[in-house]
Design a protein around this ligand. Sequence first.
Ligand SMILES: Cc1cc2nc3c(=O)[nH]c(=O)nc-3n(C[C@H](O)[C@H](O)[C@H](O)COP(=O)(O)OP(=O)(O)OC[C@H]3O[C@@H](n4cnc5c(N)ncnc54)[C@H](O)[C@@H]3O)c2cc1C
Length: 377
Amino acid sequence: MLLGEEHQLIRNLARNFGEKHIVPINKRIEKDTIPKELYQELGKIGFTGVIIPPEYGGSGFDTLSYVIILEELARVSPSVSVAMDVQNGLVEYPIFTYGTEYLKKKYLPKLCSAEYIGAYALTEPQAGSDAANVQLKAEKVGDEYVLNGSKFFITNANHASVFIVFARTSKGMKRHEGITAFIVERNYDGFKVGEDYKKLGVRGSSTAELVFENVHVPEENILGDIGKGFYIAMNTLNMGRIGIGAQALGIAQASLEKSIDYMKQREAFGKKIAEFQGLQFQLSEIATKIEAARLLVYDAAQRADKGLPLIKEASMAKYFASNAAMEASRFAVQVHGGYGFIEDFDVERYYRDAKITEIYEGTSEIQKLVIAREILK
Ligand SMILES: Cc1cc2nc3c(=O)[nH]c(=O)nc-3n(C[C@H](O)[C@H](O)[C@H](O)COP(=O)(O)OP(=O)(O)OC[C@H]3O[C@@H](n4cnc5c(N)ncnc54)[C@H](O)[C@@H]3O)c2cc1C
């Protein structure tokens, strides 16, 4: 897709940022985690507050810019990309869209500047794909709510100062009713974050359990209407899914680039392996799928900018792009032969990192359910 000058500049900015600030420390990020200094650099360049207007401390860019930034970050580090997907799409977006003026002023400037990192806590042991099954309890006591329960698999957990938490405030007539969205601060009494899980991929991103033991949250920290949190959770995930589509796109693009470079230099049977038609055909298919994925992701982003419906488009973008990432990274490993299997070549990481894009923010099966529901309604 041809980008206008402004979006091309954004791409260059993000690419240069990745090469300068991420590539040199990538191994450290993956072995340990995203360092504080990198968050600060992301804050300085405006990537921790991409779509939030300047009056709340953000960069005021459009959603297309947001996905281009996530794509470019994922090209070098899917761990950093998902941290920024959550910060921008799953934390700042719902605060900006559903928060009171008080909440926007209190939290957005600190999130946009990277003083605060945010996390989005929906998943529970019995509420993953079946997200309406939220059990974390929030009981009203005076002008506060008291939260008890746990959340699983929360990205950014060990870096975050604020958490968007979905809790059950009542038993609704329907399962998805009676869920409310709260902003919980890390320093509230009774709130604990577990140790990071050891993961197959995106190892540099923090993912952990949250435990709530009589955590008192002021009523003013409610986002949107009481009992309507499920709608906030789902609408927010649309934004996040476009971001994960962009993350998958970045992984696919990196896989393609490494494959092309290697095919042009590796020789077998007295020829460059790029000359083998068996590999060329696979390369062509993958390159075409990546372009198609890019169109889907950018189209969904542009729909967000125009305020058009995008539930189906966001799911299609995530579903298709994550599939492209899996295929492209598998090809990249295969084309590198034995070298693809060892850590010195980045492609083994792409292969590991691609998998999560088919799982979080709604598995591929759930994306297909959403797409079918939208088509058939
Ligand atoms: C690294 C990582 C980071 C994450 N970050 C976050 C986060 O920041 N915040 C957050 O809230 N959650 C987060 N998650 C949770 C993630 O979104 C869930 O793991 C995911 O939605 C799947 O839920 P589950 O693990 O409970 O799987 P399940 O829902 O138990 O699904 C198991 C399998 O059954 C399939 N399945 C389920 N229902 C259907 C159906 N109706 N039809 C067909 N197939 C179906 C699924 O597709 C899947 O293959 C994260 C997870 C991981 C691994």
